[in-house]
Design a protein. Structure first.
Length: 233
């Protein structure tokens, strides 16, 4: 059990300065290229990385900006694309609530949340004193966000040497990394949802490119929950 701040910070840096940062750097490089191609300024691209902090929502912002869609519908699309953050925050923040002295800090901490910090926290928190978990989370999340901002800048200025297919390929690394994280989480519902979604996703996408992904997530998650509850009985 890690009970000293220095040990917790070392653990957070070790966990972040590896595969999570590399994947974020690569995938956000793809987004930076897409943002430049879509007509976003560098400031807007960096703001979307720090403010939205979720590639599906960021890609939706860039594509809809390029299409000239009104701000109301852009906000709605980004919110729907990143709706996963609501259940993630509700389930994750209480795990380190005892280490946060002021309630107002919760809003800043939630903004740093991503699938990387969520998965790393679930994996490492059992080995960290409750009062120190927030320190691990903050350092891990800041390192990941720094990698994301750096990747956005690299992609934005490197668009001349990167075609659209390459940038989209880098963006695709992010959901692939999500799948690896969930597969390694040893959480039965997550694994069941993946097994359902992998064959279901392409079929529903062919039937409806606009709604296929959303329906896949809804059906996969619901069926995984029901199957897991059935197995537990």
């Amino acid at each position: 059990m890690l009970s000293s701040p220095s040990a917790v910070y070392c653990r957070a840096a070790k966990d972040a300065l590896g595969f999570p940062s590399i994947m974020l750097l690569a995938s956000m490089t793809g987004f930076g290229s897409l943002a430049k191609e879509s007509g976003l300024t560098l400031g807007m691209a960096l703001s979307s990385t720090a403010g939205i902090w979720g590639l599906p929502g960021q890609v939706a912002l860039a594509e809809m900006h390029a299409a000239g869609v009104s701000a109301l519908f852009v906000i709605l699309a980004v919110s729907l694309a990143n709706a996963r953050f609501l259940p993630m925050a509700v389930s994750f923040i209480p795990l380190m609530r005892d280490g946060i002295k002021r309630f107002g800090w919760m809003f800043a901490l939630v903004q740093l949340l991503s699938i990387n910090s969520w998965a790393a926290g679930l994996r490492s928190f059992p080995e960290i004193e409750v009062q120190l978990r927030a320190r691990y989370y903050v350092l891990f999340a800041l390192i990941c966000m720094s990698a994301g901002l750096l990747g956005t800048s690299i992609g934005y200025y490197g668009i001349g040497i990167m075609n659209r297919a390459a940038s989209l390929g880098l963006i695709f690394l992010n959901p692939l990394f999500f799948a690896v994280l969930l597969a390694g989480s040893h959480a039965r519902p997550a694994i069941i949802a993946m097994l359902i979604g992998i064959p279901l996703g392409p079929i529903l996408h062919m039937l409806s490119p606009d709604w296929g992904l959303l329906v896949t997530g809804l059906m996969g998650g619901t069926l995984a929950f029901l199957i897991h509850r059935k197995i537990q009985k």
